[in-house]
Design a protein. Structure first.
Length: 294
């Protein structure tokens, strides 16, 4: 069954430094046309899922759980919903929040954001990264990166990987406008750089499309897609941008994570609050305004 999603425009602003709202009257409205193509249940009893990302193997996804769970990632086959692998990630799990991937010269890598900090007690965060083809049957040894904040601790639940610039981006989870931090993926240790603020609250997951044309955000209230401008930094491109797609979340659902599988397809993992079986909703974009990358 196909479910048609209304196109709703929502206006959010990002500026360097403070998080004030400035409307750009000259910006042309942009539209996209997403449809939920199908919904696939996963044969899983995992209750604390916080991350989902596509695998380099077509039709498969990696997922993980949050804090107080053992440090495992799980590989699932979307067509059948079956678990294929349960992989122990050597390290610790303070608060795993987001799961991302990168592709550099044909090498497909997985990145785990151990960044949750609800009580603001951590001044550092970790990113666990490994090449997918190094995963053995049930074990992988990740490369662990340690980063600190330039000022007070933050609660980070959303991370995206920019394969082109080879940078990590982090978005704060807050009832106020989100702060944006970034750092080079090549740094094993370092201080995050604050690069701006973004007028979206309670961001819990984010992903960059494979062609760098758009970003999808998941918040407590819904899914939001923003276009990016060709040749600009992400933080600059998000200035004065309007959403091209918004999917409000039904209050009977508990959303877990979001990811792109290609430039036109988005996976949203969630479950009904009265059930434990996760559902992967597959959004497909039938058309995109040609001005999105201008």
């Amino acid at each position: 069954m196909y479910y048609r999603i209304n196109k709703i425009l929502l206006f959010f602003i990002l500026i360097q430094g403070g998080c004030k709202s400035i409307e750009n009257k000259n910006e042309t409205p942009l539209f996209s046309d997403y449809t939920i193509r199908q919904e696939k249940p996963l044969l899983s009893d995992l209750e604390q899922i916080t991350g989902i990302v596509k695998s380099g193997n077509k039709g498969k996804v990696w997922i993980h759980e949050n804090t107080q769970n053992d440090p495992y990632i799980y590989l699932y086959d979307i067509p059948t919903g079956k678990q294929i692998k349960k992989v122990f990630v050597r390290g610790t799990s303070f608060s795993w929040e987001d799961l991302r991937s990168s592709n550099k010269d044909g090498v497909y890598s997985i990145h785990i954001a151990d960044t949750g900090n609800a009580n603001k007690s951590r001044n550092t965060l970790q990113v666990y990264t490994f090449d997918e083809d190094l995963v053995e049957d049930d074990f992988v040894a990740p490369y662990i990166k340690n980063y600190s904040f330039p000022d007070e601790p933050k609660d980070i639940r959303a991370m995206l990987v920019n394969s082109k610039s080879e940078e990590y981006y982090f978005f704060t989870y807050s009832m106020k406008n989100a702060e944006i931090f970034k750092i080079s993926m090549h740094q094993q240790e370092g201080v995050l750089k604050k690069v701006g603020c973004f007028g979206l609250k309670n961001i819990k997951s984010a992903d960059l499309s494979e062609d760098n044309s758009s970003i999808v955000f998941l918040t407590d209230l819904g899914v939001y897609v923003y276009p990016l401008s060709r040749g600009k930094l992400i933080e600059e491109s998000l200035k004065n941008k309007k959403t091209v797609f918004e999917y409000p979340i039904n209050n009977t659902l508990e959303t877990k994570g979001v990811c792109y599988t290609n430039k036109k397809e988005i996976y949203l993992i969630s479950n009904d609050k009265q059930a434990t079986t996760p559902i992967v909703s597959i959004f497909e974009n039938g058309k995109m305004n040609t001005e999105l990358n201008n």
